[in-house]
Design a protein around this ligand. Structure first.
Ligand code: DQQ
Length: 577
């Protein structure tokens, strides 16, 4: 089938020795990396620290690794910044942050003591005239905080009266997850106040972070294996965070829908933006053998929705400098008229690439279409990045919205009674009624919109927003990504609401996706609205799994076609200089 009119030459493929090792993501040369720690811009350079085991490709013996950069894109490795060598941190230099105190970067990190207590410690640059900030000196006052026994201090903030405030993660079964608040006048002597915020979605919060975006306060924390945000205000009298919408822990509050944890943000003064990056762990059982494990996601700029109530992210603009312009390929107006199992994008290949694809499709149709990446030429190994829409999302027969249940409603015996209950509950985003069980609570309410799963025993619905608004599922399907059964295969997805103001013309929706492929990591964004970020790990074994394709698994029955308005592809250069 001839779909693509332009004939082009091959993009070329990275010749890295290890075909799965990413080339434009932050990671040490070998061994282990986890949480980003204390990113900061100081005196002309960005500094990135990270949880690092320098001696083995497994978690343990935590040090702070260190890289620096002029542009937040191209990085240079530096020696370990902080090593565990004191009684108060001998068992690990855990996560922490950097704060500019009177213009000087000061690190506060969690030390794990000889007796495995978690205490908070401070370090300052040994030589401020060294722009690389290679050496750090621990404070003679360490540990500066010993109770409660929590971890992961965030960048501190200041009020108008020269009081500093610091939060770190804590929690118990009884108290739930918490971010505990301390105050100080001199940044060395800290007084415990109370939890700045807490809830019962988990019994401990790791890596909390608090920052200002567009005159609102964002609180984030890591719990249940994912990173959640809440937007709110800081109550200056009671010194607590008060969420204005959903609280962190709800499925509407994920920063990234995929493999993204222990994220850390920092203020980038050069571009006046708050930047966040997360830790992406390996998702198979081969990491130790490969000799490296863990990387950081691409840095993302944080912004708020127009109403100030939703957190949005998109890749920082500076990443465009990684594009090798000579390899740029452009296609336009590719019409996909009907169901197409798989068709190759001609003469393009690459496993270290960026893709921008602008889709056009009709409103209110049953559609499933997308792009295959890291694909063999026959499509036997591939990862699909697609879009699903449904004609009528208020009642979807034979579909399960699997997961994210927060309540099963008693005494409901038919699906038509399930939707009104959801409509009346502000927390409810969607529901599924299970028809083949003779139990008393077959109506499940969901606190987000899970991915659609075909299931003859289910009827599902999405709480509606308005006649001209439509939910759209954006997914990464890893069913054929690799053959290793121990690698994660489960689909990942995010759901967004298409809204007429930004993307509807003559009954057609316009939706752009920005996709980054780097050997064994895929990041998918909806860059215009910043409403979706999905990070996935994949481990294609086949050497030629470097092609791109398109597919339409479900097409409209009427005259409407799915159209690729534009498709742009670049090879990206490495970030290591
Ligand atoms: N990882 C760090 C901890 C943190 C956890 C230790 C989150 O400080 O709570 O490596 O991944």
């Amino acid at each position: 089938m001839l779909l693509f009119a332009t004939i082009i030459v091959s993009l070329g493929v990275s010749q890295a020795d290890d075909p799965l090792r990413p080339q434009y993501h932050m990671m040490p040369p070998k061994n282990w990396l986890n949480d980003p720690n204390g990113p900061v811009y100081y005196n002309g350079y960005y500094h990135m620290f990270f949880q690092h085991n320098p001696n083995a490709a497994v978690w343990g013996d935590m040090h702070w690794g260190h890289c620096y950069s002029e542009d937040m894109v191209h990085w240079i490795h530096l020696p370990v910044a902080i090593a565990p060598d004191q009684p108060y941190d001998k068992n690990g230099i855990f996560t922490g942050s950097t704060t500019l105190v009177d213009g000087i970067p000061v690190i506060i990190y969690t030390g794990i003591t000889e007796t495995n207590e978690q205490v908070q410690c401070q370090a300052r640059p040994a030589n401020l005239s060294d722009p690389t900030l290679t050496s750090w000196i621990k404070s003679p006052l360490n540990p500066i905080i010993t109770h409660p026994n929590g971890r992961d201090p965030a960048t501190a903030f200041e009020d108008d009266y020269n009081n500093y405030y610091l939060i770190y993660g804590f929690g118990t079964d009884e108290l739930g997850g918490q971010a505990v608040l301390f105050t100080s006048k001199d940044f060395s002597n800290w007084t415990y106040l109370h939890p700045i915020h807490s809830n019962h979605y988990d019994n401990f919060w790791e890596c909390p972070d608090i920052f200002n975006v567009s005159n609102r306060i964002v609180l984030k924390a890591s719990l249940r294996g994912q990173d959640f945000w809440a937007i709110g205000d800081f109550d200056p009298t009671n010194l607590i965070f008060v969420p204005v919408g959903n609280d962190l822990g709800e499925y509407t509050q994920l920063i990234d829908q995929g493999k993204f944890y222990a994220s850390k943000s920092f203020y980038d003064p050069l571009n006046d933006q708050q930047v966040i990056m997360g830790w992406t762990a390996e998702d198979d059982n081969q990491g130790e053998q490969r000799g490296w494990q863990g990387l950081h996601t691409l840095p993302r700029a944080i912004f708020l929705s127009d109403d100030g109530l939703q957190l949005r992210t998109r890749p920082i603009e500076a990443l465009q400098s990684l594009r090798n312009e000579k390899t740029h390929r452009h296609f336009q107006n590719v019409i996909l008229p009907t169901v197409i199992p798989f068709v190759l994008v001609p003469d393009v290949s690459g496993n270290q690439i960026e893709i921008i694809i602008n889709w056009q499709f009709s409103m209110n149709q049953n559609l499933d279409f997308g792009m295959s990446v890291l694909s063999t030429s026959d499509g036997s190994q591939q990862t699909n990045i697609g879009i699903i829409t449904q004609r009528n999302t208020s009642v979807m027969m034979n579909w399960d919205l699997a997961g994210w249940d927060y309540f099963s409603v008693p005494n409901i015996h038919q699906w038509s009674d399930c939707q009104p209950v959801c409509d009346q509950d502000t927390k409810c985003q969607a529901w599924t009624f299970v028809t083949d069980r003779q139990i008393n609570n077959n109506c499940f309410l969901k606190s987000g919109i899970p991915l659609l799963n075909s299931n003859a025993a289910c009827v599902s619905g999405v709480k509606q927003k308005g006649l001209d608004q439509q939910p759209v599922w954006i997914y990464i399907d890893r069913t054929l990504s690799q053959t290793n059964p121990a690698a994660a295969h489960s689909p990942l997805h995010g759901t967004i609401w298409m809204e007429p103001s930004s993307s509807l013309l003559n009954g057609q929706w316009f939706l752009g996706l920005n996709i980054f492929i780097d050997h064994s990591i895929i990041e998918v964004f909806e860059p215009k609205g910043g409403r979706v970020a999905i990070t996935a790990r994949v481990y294609p074994e086949k050497e030629n799994a470097k092609y791109l394709g398109v597919y339409v698994h479900e097409a409209s029955t009427d005259e409407n076609k799915i159209i690729i308005n534009t498709l742009d592809i670049w090879t990206l250069n490495t970030i290591w200089t």
